[in-house]
Design a protein around this ligand. Structure first.
Ligand SMILES: NC(=O)c1ccc[n+]([C@@H]2O[C@H](COP(=O)([O-])OP(=O)(O)OC[C@H]3O[C@@H](n4cnc5c(N)ncnc54)[C@H](OP(=O)(O)O)[C@@H]3O)[C@@H](O)[C@H]2O)c1
Ligand SMILES: Cc1cc2nc3c(=O)[nH]c(=O)nc-3n(C[C@H](O)[C@H](O)[C@H](O)COP(=O)(O)O)c2cc1C
Length: 491
């Protein structure tokens, strides 16, 4: 009964003004893609943030509302059903329900209730019956453990009994971590579920979600082999100055993103750190909610511990979520050992590598790695889609992250004006950038589009209200040319 929708959810899109968030070019190592593909499953890209809508409906009103809600917030949904049907006549049902309340003998439910483990936020709704929560929903609330969950109540009614409903709900729901804002949707006198148009319901629900900040944040996550969770969409900061990075990172976090990608090489770690700290100070995020990636260069092999400490000092964020070896070098093992020591010391949570394109190159790292890399960050876009390495490393639970989602500065128009991409943009009412990012996430690659433009940053985040079909994915797959724009940068 659970309707599995996307792995992600609706973006909280908000209008922002940013200080000039700015321009440049970068890259890394090469060689051909190895064969020996292992046909393993891709890393688990479960979105822990996907919400669930659970509802009971006797005459269809709540079902209608719940289904629109699930669509709007891109949630899974579940309808509670009773083993024995209630009488068709609402008056008789009112009587039966009153008896159930009085006796405490609540109705038996069909036993396929959803496993809540995968959900953090559960929207729960039903009709108001006799001024209280409808008895089937009471049964569900009483028999379910919501520990550690945020529950958000709603009801539908003819206009009376809201306070009784909410008191009743709060009394019966067992041990949630938080209860969100309640809303009641009043149906016109005839209680006809078709009395509202979809547009009216959506407007009503959107206002409720926005007014109460009840909209889930738009984050798709991947669980890394280190046990930490990494958001799948973030801001790339290559070419941003310290000041631009500070502004852009701050506003990106305000916009709902939770992942930021920087590097020692970019010269803006201090600005990135300032932007994150400012967002924390302003109550936008907590440190734990933000995932900061930085990278160290292979040339640091003489003193990797010192180089990592310098990043820690510049970022000034207590710890680094993900530290990548920026590109292969002649002393990878020495640098990687330093990265492992930083994990041991607790100042780095996960480590990985960047610009390792072949199975052989990765195997070399694996041969000396005490801690398996959690992420490989490589050039990946519509003209360079090869997933051979992705399939190979999935056996190690290594997640893939793509840089240059739009082909990088100087090449974005080739991606944005691609005919297939433009046709899909037209079909979905999205921009080319949004189609590309949605495609990248659906391939299982973590996406870090670079931008210093507030409108683009908001636009790039608004990709969680649609899903490309398998056919769409195949047509984008056909664009692949095995073209790496930066193949020549590193040997
Ligand atoms: N590991 C590595 O070796 C490596 C190498 C390269 C990059 N990276 C990382 O990957 C990130 C992404 O790469 P990138 O920033 O170089 O290239 P990119 O994301 O492919 O493209 C960035 C360009 O796209 C434009 N853009 C962004 N969103 C747009 C939108 N919605 N509509 C129109 N234009 C848009 C940006 O302009 P505006 O500023 O005007 O939005 C900028 O010119 C980097 O920032 C960096 O963090 C890593
Ligand atoms: C048994 C019963 C009791 C009801 N009691 C109330 C009530 O106390 N207050 C109210 O405003 N509406 C009451 N209603 C109307 C429903 O709450 C309202 O029509 C609701 O939208 C029905 O949702 P559903 O179609 O999902 O079952 C009652 C309806 C029934 C069947």
């Amino acid at each position: 009964m659970i309707r599995k929708t996307l792995t992600c959810m609706l973006a909280c899109v908000m209008g922002l003004t940013m200080a000039g968030c700015s321009d440049g070019s970068e890259g890394e190592s090469s060689s051909t893609v190895a064969d020996g593909t292992i046909n393993a499953t891709l890393p688990d890209t479960s979105a822990t943030a996907t919400p669930l809508v659970v509802y009971y409906s006797y005459s269809g009103n709540t079902r209608r509302i719940a289904q629109r809600l699930a669509t709007i917030i891109d949630a899974d949904s579940y309808e509670i059903r009773t083993v024995d049907a209630y009488p068709e006549d609402p008056h008789d049902t009112a009587e039966v329900s009153q008896q159930e309340r009085n006796s405490g003998d609540l109705p038996e439910l069909v036993d396929d209730l959803p496993d809540l483990e995968a959900y953090d936020t559960i929207y729960i709704g039903g009709p108001i019956w006799n001024g209280y929560v409808a008895t089937p929903l009471e049964r569900y609330l009483e028999s379910t453990d919501f520990s550690g969950k945020t529950v958000v109540p709603f009801s539908t009614s003819m206009g009376s009994g809201q306070s009784g409903y909410l008191d009743d709900f709060n009394e019966r729901v067992r041990d949630p971590e938080a209860i969100g804002s309640y809303t009641d949707i009043e149906f016109p006198g005839n209680g006809d579920p078709d009395a509202f148009t979809d547009e009216q319901i959506d407007e009503l629900l959107s206002d409720w979600l926005d007014d109460n900040d009840a909209r889930p944040h738009a984050v798709a996550d991947v669980t890394l082999n280190s046990g930490y969770t990494m958001p799948m969409l973030g801001l790339g900061t290559w070419t941003l100055s310290d000041d631009e990075a500070e502004d852009c990172v701050y506003h990106t976090l305000e916009d709902g993103y939770r992942l930021v990608d920087t590097a020692q090489y970019y010269g803006n770690e201090a600005g990135v750190g300032r932007g994150v700290r400012k967002a924390i100070a302003d109550g936008i995020v907590t440190r734990d909610e933000v995932f900061v990636t930085t990278k160290i260069m292979p040339g640091t092999y003489a003193d990797p511990d010192g180089a990592i400490q310098e990043s820690l000092d510049r970022l000034n964020l207590e710890y680094i979520d993900l530290l990548l070896l920026h590109q292969p070098g002649s002393h990878d093992e020495e640098v990687y050992r330093g990265m492992e020591r930083a994990v041991d010391e607790g100042v780095v949570r996960s480590i990985g590598i960047s610009n390792y394109y072949t199975q052989e190159a990765v195997d070399e790292v694996l041969s000396f790695a005490r801690i398996t890399p959690a992420v490989i960050q490589n050039e990946h876009h519509i003209y360079n889609q090869d997933d051979t390495l992705q399939r190979y490393v999935s056996q190690y639970g290594i997640a893939m992250e793509g840089w240059y989602p739009f082909g990088g500065r100087g090449h974005t128009s080739e991606s944005f004006n691609n005919e297939t991409i433009m046709a899909l943009a037209d079909e979905y009412g999205k921009t080319s950038a949004q189609i590309i990012l949605r495609w990248q996430l659906q391939t299982g690659f973590i996406a870090i589009p670079g931008s210093s433009n507030p409108d683009h940053i908001a636009e790039n985040h608004d990709i969680f209200d649609f899903e490309l079909t398998d056919e769409d994915m195949r047509s984008i797959g056909a664009i692949d040319e095995g073209l790496r724009y930066e193949e020549a940068w590193h040997d």
